[in-house]
Design a protein around this ligand. Structure first.
Ligand SMILES: Cc1cc2nc3c(=O)[nH]c(=O)nc-3n(C[C@H](O)[C@H](O)[C@H](O)COP(=O)(O)OP(=O)(O)OC[C@H]3O[C@@H](n4cnc5c(N)ncnc54)[C@H](O)[C@@H]3O)c2cc1C
Ligand SMILES: NC(=O)c1ccc[n+]([C@@H]2O[C@H](COP(=O)([O-])OP(=O)(O)OC[C@H]3O[C@@H](n4cnc5c(N)ncnc54)[C@H](O)[C@@H]3O)[C@@H](O)[C@H]2O)c1
Length: 483
């Protein structure tokens, strides 16, 4: 059973204490102890399983998948188009978030021999942690004999001009209960484009205010262009170069997850030196996230949040992983780093050899819009900026029989970026239906430093979408065909 802080009979000393029981915290605790007698406590202030399980990845993908299938079906002659059933869609979301119960995760943790301590944890000195229960009980003092891991995740950044409006954050969008007739989304990143997709499907009139001139900056420009076209096709009013400079709302207050947070919102919007007023039932802030390190007691050990996220060395007993570390805020990346760091903690305790880790591991990411965007490694621009001499190959997503067969209106683009010196892949981006499934081959090619001439002998099945790889390799200069 999970321990409520403070629990008089709970052990107060553990080999490893993990602050934050998101997917990443769970993984690091598991990898730091598995197959040994080492003990670990996971201190969790909300739900074990964290943001991804209840408020982020799981609910958003539970909402998006039926929509993508319905849209594909609408463009596949031979089957009757399924209709979106909002109530059933939200019910699917509720199932996938286990109705906001973490009982299953607690069972898993206990099965893995991990102690769950409920409450807010903070450092109070070297290897010393204090936990205060959600009801204010405590504090309970815990001691880490070997390591403390900060896996406290991240919080949304809310621009000052919107704070007084009690805006929706991504939690409300994924947990939507009261579907607004009109919604303004501020931001043009991943949360914004995914949320716009499901909110539009639920029948909301969505306006996106994007301060830059493109969506999904940081990815290949063609990715943002495809998604812009798709969102506009769904009826989303995407306004580029538009910034919120002020706003007001009557009765702005927290009313609960996914419920309207007050009366109508009035926003002052600046674009092209013009000011307009925009009204809506709700405003969703999707302007990025920052590591949650303000309230973990770093000052008690002479550290600041910047010391943790800056990439410098931390004391040997302290680690940061996942969103809290300032690295790519993605579940799979955090879990990868958790496996590496967990294994290092275990190795230090047992004398086992540490697993070798390559210097440069590329970060993959999938944006689950329709079409999907899947990218790994460097964009062409980033590769050039990093000093690589590169060549790219680009083909339409419909360029192979298998990818064209996926639906009759296939749009999208596939591109690889190849370093001319090493003749290996340094980046790849696929935009198209089910593009996520093409990505891992690129990740393997980069991690394995496979020369592109060798990839020509990796034969994709016919007619599968992976035949796009053949098209891409054929587009490269002939000189690269020789090893
Ligand atoms: C809408 C949305 C959709 C997303 N979709 C995807 C996706 O499809 N794929 C993907 O890879 N990534 C996705 N992400 C990113 C992903 O959610 C995060 O990268 C991931 O949750 C990070 O995991 P974490 O364990 O580091 O942090 P979290 O999941 O945030 O977990 C941290 C935990 O620590 C607890 N905590 C914090 N401070 C304390 C404290 N002092 N004491 C005790 N407990 C504490 C919190 O309650 C929380 O449970 C999405 C993000 C959002 C916002
Ligand atoms: N499918 C996935 O893997 C997935 C899905 C959702 C979120 N995530 C993760 O969550 C993280 C956070 O997502 P996000 O969309 O909030 O952040 P983001 O960094 O992807 O996008 C933030 C957007 O807000 C804009 N912005 C920033 N400050 C602003 C301001 N003051 N006013 C107006 N616009 C502003 C930026 O220009 C950008 O368009 C992402 O980095 C991503 O790693 C992943």
């Amino acid at each position: 059973m999970a321990a409520d802080a403070p629990s008089p009979d709970a052990a107060t000393s553990f080999d490893v204490i993990v602050l934050g029981g998101g997917a990443v915290g769970e993984n690091v605790a598991q990898y730091a102890t598995e197959g040994t007698d080492l003990t670990a406590a996971i201190v969790e202030g909300e739900l074990l399983g964290g943001e991804c399980s209840y408020y982020a990845c799981m609910p958003s993908k539970a909402l998006l998948r039926p929509l993508a299938v319905a849209d594909a079906a609408a463009n596949l002659p031979g089957i009757t188009t399924p209709e979106v059933d909002a109530e059933a869609l939200l019910a699917r979301r509720d199932t996938w978030v286990s109705h906001y119960s973490d009982a299953g995760q607690v069972d898993w943790a206990e099965g893995a021999g991990l102690q769950v301590v409920r409450g807010h944890g903070r450092l109070v000195g070297e290897r010393e942690v204090e936990v205060v229960g959600a009801d204010g009980r405590g504090p309970q003092r815990l001691r880490a004999e070997r390591a403390v891991v900060l896996a406290t995740g991240s919080v949304p950044v809310i621009p000052a001009e919107l704070r007084e409006l009690a805006p929706w954050t991504s939690r409300d969008a994924t947990g939507v209960v009261e579907v607004p007739d009109e919604l303004v989304i501020v931001g043009g990143g991943v949360v914004a484009v995914e949320a716009a997709t499901w909110m539009a499907a639920l029948g909301t009139r969505v306006t996106m205010l994007v301060r830059g001139d493109a969506l999904l900056r940081g990815l290949e420009p063609f990715a943002g262009e495809h998604v812009l076209e798709a969102l506009r096709g769904l009826g989303v009013d995407v306004r580029l170069g538009a910034s919120v400079v002020g706003g007001e709302r009557e009765g702005a207050r927290e009313t609960g997850l996914g419920r309207l947070h007050g009366g109508r919102v009035r926003l002052e919007v600046e674009s092209d030196d013009r000011r307009d007023t925009l009204e809506a039932d709700e405003v969703l802030v999707a302007t990025g996230r920052r590591p949650r390190l303000d309230d973990v007691g770093l000052e008690t050990v002479g550290l600041s949040p910047e010391d943790v996220t800056g990439g410098g060395a931390l004391p040997d007993w302290l680690h940061a992983v996942g969103d809290a570390s300032g690295e790519a805020p993605l579940t799979h990346w955090g879990k990868y780093r958790a496996r590496v760091i967990g294994q290092r903690i275990l190795a230090a305790a047992t004398g086992e050899a540490t697993e070798p880790v390559p210097d440069q591991v590329p970060v993959p990411q999938v944006v689950f819009t329709d079409p999907q965007v899947a990218a790994v490694g460097l964009t062409e621009a980033d590769a050039r900026e990093a000093g690589h001499r590169v060549v790219t190959a680009q083909v339409p997503f419909s360029g192979a029989a298998g990818s064209a067969l996926l639906r009759d209106d296939v749009t999208g683009t596939a591109q690889i970026v190849v370093d001319l010196g090493t003749r290996t892949l340094v980046g790849a981006t696929f935009v198209g239906p089910e593009a996520s499934e093409l990505l891992h081959a690129a990740t393997i090619a980069i991690v394995g430093t496979v020369r592109v001439h060798a990839l020509r002998h990796a034969v994709p099945s016919y007619p599968a979408a992976s035949e796009l790889w053949l098209r891409l390799l054929e587009e490269l200069p002939r000189a690269l065909r020789a090893g």
